[in-house]
Ligand binder design. Structure first.
Ligand SMILES: COc1ccc(/C(C)=C/C(=O)O)cc1
Ligand SMILES: [Zn+2]
Length: 261
């Protein structure tokens, strides 16, 4: 129904504000993170990722990215600590990437982008009854951002890329059991944190961002597999390769970025 948002010239990030005026809000994401201007905060403790009991359910193409969803019916897998007042439940993860050889991350560091960015989305089930309620609340979501840089093959990413052919078109989904996202984490959990938003419509200002400083390394071949995905559904005439599905950095406004020790 009606005109949907995308990443093209007419329906891309610069046009989103028409249907989603919060796009010009005071806590929008992503941002450019300037390490020298981040405030080292000794009250910021480490984050803990309790993923050992996580239950992945499926992998899907939602027309904007490829998403792996988890069973969030209990507190089996959560993120806690750091800037968070309580545990947040693991809900899904997805990626953003560029075109061949181009940058595709959403956050940038001192003006420099990475090849891709992984977002691991968690929600505050202590304070909110449902994920949708949490997604619209100022302390509803905690999203872990992990940069992907190009280099050698990532030893475990093939578990995702091997499944991409099954979700080539928008609206496709297949079973995806037994995947634990801890295999996609870098060795250090040092992070920057700030208050921001979803980076896709509805752009709710509901995210406590936790962006890891250390990128993971994936190969151009592996990242290239993501570009086999398509924005369009199987029945649509217009074939559009899924790439450059990232929002550029937004105004920091009156915010500060804090740094873990
Ligand atoms: C309508 O409910 C929504 C909840 C979450 C999201 C996310 C997680 C968006 C994003 O990743 O930027 C979207 C819609
Ligand atoms: Zn994202």
């Amino acid at each position: 129904t009606g005109h949907h948002w995308g990443y093209g010239k007419e329906d891309g990030p610069s046009a989103w504000h028409r249907q989603y005026p919060v796009a010009k809000g005071n806590r929008q994401s992503p941002i450019d993170i300037i390490p020298n201007e981040a405030r080292r905060d000794s009250t910021l403790g480490p984050i803990f990722l309790k993923y050992d009991q996580c239950r992945s359910l499926n992998i899907a193409n939602n027309g904007h990215s490829v998403v792996v969803e988890f069973d969030d019916s209990d507190d089996r897998s959560v993120v806690l600590g750091g800037p968070l007042d309580n545990p947040y439940r693991l809900k899904q993860f997805h990626f953003h990437w560029g075109g061949k050889g181009c940058e595709g991350s959403e956050h940038t560091v001192a003006g420099v982008g990475y090849a891709s960015e992984l977002h691991v989305v968690h929600w505050n089930a202590v304070k909110y009854k449902t994920y949708n309620d949490a997604a619209a609340a100022p302390d509803g979501l905690a999203v872990l951002g992990i940069f992907l840089e190009l280099g050698d093959d990532h030893r475990w990413l093939h578990m995702i890329t091997d499944a991409l052919y099954t979700v080539k078109f928008k609206g496709s989904a297949t079973d995806f059991k037994g995947f634990n996202p801890k295999c996609l984490l870098p060795s250090s959990l040092h992070y920057w944190t700030y208050l921001g938003s979803l980076t896709t419509p509805p752009l709710h200002e509901s995210v406590t961002w936790i962006v890891l400083k250390e990128p993971i390394v994936v190969s151009e071949k592996q990242l290239g597999m993501f570009r086999m995905l398509q924005f369009n559904g199987e029945e649509e005439d217009q074939r559009m390769r899924m790439e450059n599905n990232f929002r550029p950095p937004q105004n920091l406004k009156e915010r500060i970025v804090r740094s873990s020790n």
